[in-house]
Design a protein around this ligand. Structure first.
Ligand code: SF4
Length: 523
């Protein structure tokens, strides 16, 4: 029997697709979720503003973008110093340290390791001393030609202190600065050599420079705090330090701030006609109160929920969201369907986001500690639960079990993104293709594996609608395989560990309404 929205049967028995049902519920199988890249924050101010404290507040607001390490570099009348370490912002900094970080200009960074190991040397900002003085750099993103650049620099005698691609950027800027007329010219020359995703803050003894790659993969915005100029990965960080949002930095743009004021270099702005902002910023990464490239993250998530309600309606008693990003979509689903929204899962706010932990074991523990069902809400209810994504399928499996154990009569899983079928090379740590559940299994099988009664993914052809017809463009390569830039073969090979051919034939696509929702009692 086909359910509304084209739903199919879920076999109430042992998995027939070669997956041991015991292994599904093991801790290893819960090692799920995406890894975030990084966040940057910088301010050009004066002594009265205590820039290190502004950075501290900004980093606290950006903590969701990286929880492994953080750092602040300050410029005190041309002398650059700083402090960084492994840990959360609140763990790495205290009053004593912040009071030591005197200056008028500062840049700062929170990190999750998508390129380079999780060690202190790889924390940022990177500070580089060279023949023209000192540079500090904070980078969000991932270069796609970092390997080639690094090898070329090493062949010419460069010695790297870290294993992150950001150091290659710092090295290039320093090298170019020797022959360029200014730091901003050196940044421009560097941008012509690097490829991939980068939102950068560069601090020299006299200047603060913000730059965004020509595709605009990662967000970067500018604000004002009195006379001071502030840059941040997300607008929520501007609000956190009391700054007013001014505008987003354009893809390919370089903004220079010094004692003469603010000026923009747009030489690389027309390089691409279509922006490639990572769509996952809206679906999951960004904080719900941020506005990126003119679009509210909250509204886009609610819209995803509305679309799911239209595409995959179901008779249910309540709609709940998996905190945090699933909640906004659940509110949208509720508004559209008329099914009451309830808080069915409580999150321990003192545990980091699941995917931030760098090892599988740490992530597994985080899942167990992080979410708790509200039995009084769920008991004997037919529940629609909305999560933002399924990567390996492990967290969803656990959530469905958790809801059933708490008394839910039916669990209808709705996912506010399309299935992941391709890796990311722009700073999101999506696992290799053979680990992605949607590559290995059909939607019907995923429904079976997660234990849900029905399952519906946001149809890929509804992403435009989710963004309200976002006119400037976005990257959706992890859903479509259409990468906005050329991906070097070495990188492809690195992502395809486990012997899976990148050109492996995928299961035939079904029409969106059939492909993305399956459920019990199906044909
Ligand atoms: S491939 Fe996916 S995660 Fe990576 S930048 Fe594009 S949309 Fe974002």
């Amino acid at each position: 029997m086909v359910l509304q929205g084209g739903a199919f049967c879920r076999h109430p028995c042992r998995c027939p697709y070669g997956v041991d049902s015991l292994s599904i519920s093991s801790q290893d199988y819960f090692s799920e979720e995406l890894h975030e890249e990084c966040g940057v924050f910088g301010i050009y101010g004066d002594d009265s503003l205590a820039p290190a404290y502004a950075c501290y507040n900004g980093l606290l607001a950006l903590q969701h973008r990286g929880q492994e390490s953080c750092g602040i570099s300050v410029n005190d009348r041309g002398v650059i110093s700083g402090h960084k370490n492994m840990g959360l912002v609140s763990e790495v900094f205290n009053h004593e340290i912040l009071n030591e970080l005197k200056g008028q200009v500062a840049i700062s960074h929170v990190r999750y390791s998508t390129a380079g190991g999780s060690v202190r040397e790889n924390s940022q900002p990177l500070v580089m001393r060279y023949v023209k003085g000192t540079l500090a750099i904070a980078h969000n993103g991932n270069l796609t030609n970092a390997y080639e650049i690094r090898r070329e620099l090493e062949r010419r005698g460069a010695i790297f202190q870290t294993t992150i691609d950001s150091e290659a950027i710092a090295y290039l800027i320093a090298r170019e600065r020797i022959r360029a007329e200014s730091v901003e010219d050196a940044v421009l020359r560097t941008m012509k050599q690097i490829e991939g995703a980068y939102s950068l803050l560069v601090m020299s003894p006299q200047k603060l420079i913000a730059a965004r790659d020509p595709h605009g993969f990662r967000p970067l915005c500018m604000g004002r705090l009195g006379e001071s100029v502030v840059f941040a990965s997300e607008s929520c960080a501007l609000a956190a330090c009391g700054a007013e949002f001014v505008r987003d930095i354009e893809p390919g743009e370089i903004v220079v701030v010094d004692e003469t004021g603010v000026r923009s270099i747009r030489t690389l702005c027309p390089v691409v006609s279509k922006k490639s902002l990572c769509i996952f910023e809206y679906i999951y990464f960004a904080r719900t109160d941020s506005v990126i490239d003119g679009l509210s993250v909250y509204e886009s998530r609610k819209q995803a929920g509305r679309i799911l309600a239209r595409e995959f309606p179901v008779d249910a008693d309540i709609v709940i969201g998996v905190p945090e990003s699933g909640i906004d979509a659940a509110i949208g689903y509720s508004e559209e369907s008329g099914i009451p929204y309830e808080k069915g899962i409580v999150k321990n706010g003192y545990i980091g986001r699941t995917f931030i932990k760098p090892t599988q074991k740490e992530r597994a523990n985080s899942v167990r500690l992080k979410l708790n069902p509200l039995a009084s809400v769920l008991k004997d209810k037919r529940v629609v639960v909305i999560d933002d994504s399924i990567v390996r399928g492990t967290t969803c499996d656990r959530i469905v079990k958790m809801l059933r154990n708490a008394g839910a009569k039916e669990v209808h899983l709705r996912i506010s993104s399309p299935p992941f079928i391709w890796p990311c090379f722009y700073g999101t740590d999506i696992p290799s293709r053979d680990e992605l559940i949607a590559v290995r299994h059909t939607i019907e099988e995923i429904c079976e594996l997660t234990g849900a009664d029905t399952l519906g993914f946001l149809p890929p052809d509804k992403l435009d609608e989710m963004l309200g017809g976002h006119p400037t463009g976005y990257c959706d390569a992890c859903f479509s395989g259409r990468y906005p830039t050329k991906i070097p073969a070495k990188m492809l090979a690195g992502k395809e560990r486990g012997g899976v051919n990148f050109d492996k034939k995928l299961p035939p696509k079904k029409k969106p309404s059939e492909a993305v929702c399956v459920g019990k009692d199906g044909a």
